[in-house]
Design a protein around this ligand. Structure first.
Ligand code: CA
Ligand code: CA
Length: 445
């Protein structure tokens, strides 16, 4: 029986290889080419027309200076330069990968369609894996309330991996609908819309996830957001829960010269502004923020943003934010009534050098255990291997995972080691540590 299973799986693997094709996209190429390595396509749009589930498009390195003539799809105010509407299948993704060892950069500085929102990649398809390229210079051309985006997702089961969205006026990644998407090891930085409205860039988040009803199980893992003019990560108006796992947010709400710009929260986890109860989801989702790091964001590192339910906050580290942990909630039936946070579940969190450490929380109405404020443990520099913030933006590891250095990792002997409570994650020693790095664990130095 085992032999037969083995044979069957080998047969399936061989078939997958046999039937999957490879295409290439390169700078200074032509969409009249057949898409081979020697004669590559010029655009991902053209490659999409050629591929089938299981196929891979390799994007060669270099600077792709995009033009308005390449806008693939216009609908209402949306101008999508690349419009991905072909889907893969389970076990047979459509792969759009940087050629191994090369760095493609898509530059949108010349794409300025009048009165339209620019979407560099509009993702309508499902089972698509994008990996290893940069999106820069995305423009905003509308003077009133607006936004542009590097990526907008609507499909399901997509993977966004090792993508960098930077030095533009657009939101890095934006999700309105779609389930089971994974945003893995992506960076969004120095994005600021200085043109629309007040010029403060109040819509330019690194990552925005605002799922509609039924758009579930979206996970952000290993991502970083810094110097985005509004927030690092924003979950306002979510109808379903989202997870942020092992993500970092720093210097959001500031320009790269620390000029004060938009809201400036690291993780803005929920909220519906002043929308009445009749317009809110029922039940209100509880978002999960775990093993995340927030450093020197203009406003709050971890912020509940007038949410109408509690969130789950596990093993996060906050350092030098105006408010390290701000659990502000709102009442369901009274849209004007902001109240100290209720129904939040916090475990094993660690904060240091916040303007304020923990604000706007009704502890009696929350589920708290083994956080630094519960244990009355005050950090000093001596608890950490390093507090050198230059380490936050260090290059990623070869596999794309977060840089592995000493920043905010606990020194041997730190008072935070083994002070946490077991919440089902792997740990080293007698018990979990506080904060986002387990001493001696995966991120040990
Ligand atoms: Ca925002
Ligand atoms: Ca431990």
């Amino acid at each position: 029986m085992i032999k037969k299973l083995l044979f069957t799986s080998i047969f399936i693997i061989q078939c997958t290889f046999a039937f999957s094709a490879t295409y290439y996209v390169a700078v200074n190429a032509s969409d009249n080419n057949p898409g081979t390595k020697a004669k590559p396509f010029a655009t991902i749009q053209k490659a999409q027309a050629a591929i089938s589930p299981g196929d891979t498009v390799y994007i060669r390195g270099g600077n792709y200076r995009m033009s308005e003539a390449q806008i693939a799809h216009k609908q209402g105010i949306y101008a999508s330069v690349t419009y991905l509407d072909k889907s893969g299948k389970p076990g047979a993704y459509l792969n759009y990968f940087a050629f191994p060892g090369e760095k493609p950069v898509f530059d949108y500085a010349d794409v300025k369609p009048a009165d339209q929102r620019v979407i560099a990649f509009m993702q309508m398809g499902s089972y698509i894996h994008l990996k290893g390229f940069d999106v820069i210079g995305v423009q905003v051309t509308i003077k009133g309330h607006t936004q542009s985006e590097c990526f907008e997702n609507h499909g399901d089961n997509n993977i966004y991996e090792q993508l960098s969205m930077h030095d533009g006026m657009a939101i890095g990644f934006y999700l309105l609908s779609g389930s089971n998407n994974l945003i893995l090891n992506c960076d969004a930085y120095r994005n600021w819309d200085y043109f629309s409205e007040t010029g403060r860039g109040g819509n330019t988040d690194g990552f925005g996830c605002h799922p509609r009803p039924g758009s579930k199980n979206n996970v952000f893992r290993g991502c970083r957001a810094w110097f985005n003019s509004d927030d690092g990560y924003d979950l306002i108006n979510s109808f379903e829960a989202t997870t942020f796992d092992h993500c970092w947010a720093m210097y959001n709400g500031f320009g790269s010269d620390f000029k004060s710009l938009g809201d400036g929260n690291g993780f803005k986890a929920g909220g519906y502004a002043r929308r009445p109860a009749s317009e809110l989801p029922n039940p209100i989702p509880q978002n999960t923020i775990e093993f995340c790091l927030a450093v020197h964001n203009k406003a709050s590192g971890f912020y509940a943003n007038h949410h109408v339910n509690g969130n789950i906050w596990y093993n996060n580290t906050a350092y030098r934010n105006s408010n390290n942990f701000n659990m502000l909630n709102r009442l369901l039936d009274d849209v004007k009534a902001d109240v100290p946070g209720y129904a939040h579940k916090l475990r094993n969190n660690l904060g240091y050098k916040g303007g304020k450490e923990l604000t706007e929380i009704d502890k009696a109405k929350c589920d708290l255990a083994n956080n630094y404020f519960d244990l009355n443990l005050d950090a000093t520099d001596d608890d950490f291997i390093s507090t050198d913030e230059a380490l936050l933006t260090a290059p990623r590891q070869k596999d794309g995972s977060l840089p592995d250095n000493g920043f905010m990792k606990l020194k041997p002997g730190s008072k935070f080691i083994d002070k946490g409570v077991d919440i089902g994650f792997k740990y080293v020693g007698k018990a979990p540590d506080l904060g986002c790095f387990e001493a001696g664990g995966k991120y040990a130095y």
